[in-house]
Ligand binder design. Sequence first.
Ligand code: RIB
Length: 318
Amino acid sequence: MTTAVVGSANLDLVYRVERIPSPGETVLAVSSDAVPGGKGNNQAVAAARAGAEVTFVVALGRDAAGDRLAAEARVAGVRVLDRRVDAPTGTALITVDAAGENSIVVDSGANARLSGLTAGERDAVTAADVLLLQLETPLETVAEAAALARAAGTLVVLNAAPVRQLPDELLDSVDLLVVNEHEAGLLAPAAASPQEAAQALAGARRAVVLTLGGDGSLVVVPGAEPAAVPAHRVEVVDTTGAGDTFCGALAAELDRSGFVAGRAKGTATRDLRGATALGALVSAARFASAAGALSVQRAGAVPSIPTLEEIRALIADR
Ligand code: RIB
């Protein structure tokens, strides 16, 4: 079973502050650090640490940050398919306050150059059982990878973050959409609540996992009643990368599940519909929720991502 991730990598420049500054204000940091991050990289590492065999398609600069991100992802067990481009590796400026909440500004750099997938990158997508995507790289590339995967029978999981309008042809290729309340509201503006937005986004053949922070998540699968998955109650140190950890762990657990293993690649019986799909997704969401709960108790994006053993220990402890 293999998972492919096509997405971004950033060097996160993290400043811990008492409170996030208002416009025009200067505050002094309590501490600062530079650690691996980027939604694609976080999700690839999270899936690998959760036990998946992961290939990560990414654009990095020809610089020390690019070398560091590739090396640390490899140490985490990720097969990194990095193209090196004439642009600096992406960076993110992150402030984290005393309550563990953050604000993030991303300078895309090399991530903006991940376009026109090469033969090797396309092969990685079509050979995988699960493809995991986010929206920090050019939309055309996300759409290209999703369409290739869909045609090959690879399960397509899209985490619509950072949120932007999605063309219908991209959504048509997505089997499972992972969104938080804010993202769900923006993608389905006519809906009266995030839950209603998740139903609208699911439509007739797509599953949706709506993440609700400390309130857990809601799994919506066509042809079945929505199912709520509770969150673990934990002390929050830093929420950076928690959503990515959830997505990576979700993909890894789905990849391991009998549901994905039992799907005949490239056939019409692929849709996440009905009771069997709901069962597979609910158990993957429980696993992902434990991974997310572990990650918020530690600082940083990649440094906070738990291993399979840690996730299983937390689940067994419950
Ligand atoms: O989701 C968290 C990530 O968002 C950070 O690691 C940062 O790099 C931005 O991509």
